[in-house]
Design a protein around this ligand. Sequence first.
Ligand SMILES: *Cc1c(COP(=O)(O)O)cnc(C)c1O
Length: 396
Amino acid sequence: MKIYLDNAATTKMSKTAINAMLPYMDNVYGNPSSLHSVGQAASEALAAARKQIAECIGTLPEEITFTSGGSEADNQAIISAARIGQRNGKRHIISTAFEHHAVLHTLHKLEKEGFEITLLDVHENGIVLPEQVAAAIRGDTCLVTVMYANNEIGTVQPIDAIGKVCRANNVLFHTDAVQAAGQLHINVKEQNIDMLSLSAHKFHGPKGIGVLYARKGIPLMPLIEGGAQERGRRAGTENIPAIMSMAAALQESCAHIDENAGRLCVLRDQLIDGLSQIPHSILNGDAAARLPGNVNFCFEGIEGESLLLLLDDKGICASSGSACTSGSLDPSHVLLAIGRVHDVAHGSLRLTLSNENTEEQVAYTIRAVKETVAYLRSLSPVWRDLIDGNREFIIQ
Ligand SMILES: *Cc1c(COP(=O)(O)O)cnc(C)c1O
């Protein structure tokens, strides 16, 4: 038996998403740019998918650009806003310390080019305040980019209020909504969002496909040069099977957002209650303003990596944080951003739920984590020092 609790890293494709691909690998295999009927059938399908996705996020089809995923969408949004800013002599960008690396690394690159980057503090609860954004905006600010929900600790940002602040100050607002899509409601017009990134494999769609929404009038700079696909905003023959599948997956998850969230919150809170009983443990991120399926803890005196491997032996697929930093010895930049010290940040565990998970799995997982943490502590010299009073506990 496998218990998959790593849905923030990727999700299993839904049957709907798989079925939606099939005709486009078989009968409707045309290139949408071809003028003949086989190509035109693909072109019509592409237009329908674009419309479906636009409707899911409250916008128009012409504002949707298909990308290879969330990373590309983040890159293109930020670089486009930077180039627009540059033309107007504006070289200041506001973001937060705990964004995804697709955002942070792009900002870092721009910084080397002479842009000034302000990374806002996200406090111990993992939430940035709209007042911080308002206070950071300057005459030369060309972009605010703040993620909708964090991929490690699941905290949900006050996107509506941040959108209002940006619109009032006439500053472009981008949000990485990769973790939010399918779990939280999105309406880019009502929320004053100028640009937004999505990735299909985070909402039970296929990998390697995503969306960049950009409000009409915002010129996107192509990262891939070539043909005139996507109205010149991204060259390359469209991945029709993946796009059709993504549209079906997004529509399916958006149609069931409230019932899914209700179910996941129950399981999430059972996990949180169960794991909180472990001594010297702490929940990372606000308990209330968090994604329905996200649980993230630090346990003092153990290494997250060892915990993961032992849980895997027990059939539980979990993560210590972001899939992108696993394998490196650096502690998570997200946990450091919420003030966890290195030693504590190393002992982290992220469990992210989907609708496939059950109460039985949650109960089993709580038992397994309790046992495994106790076992690892029994072997840990650091834990011995803590127990013997030779070292102070950081988590009480
Ligand atoms: C997964 C993820 C990305 C990257 O998406 P890909 O499609 O894998 O490139 C970006 N941002 C967040 C918040 C993510 O969780």
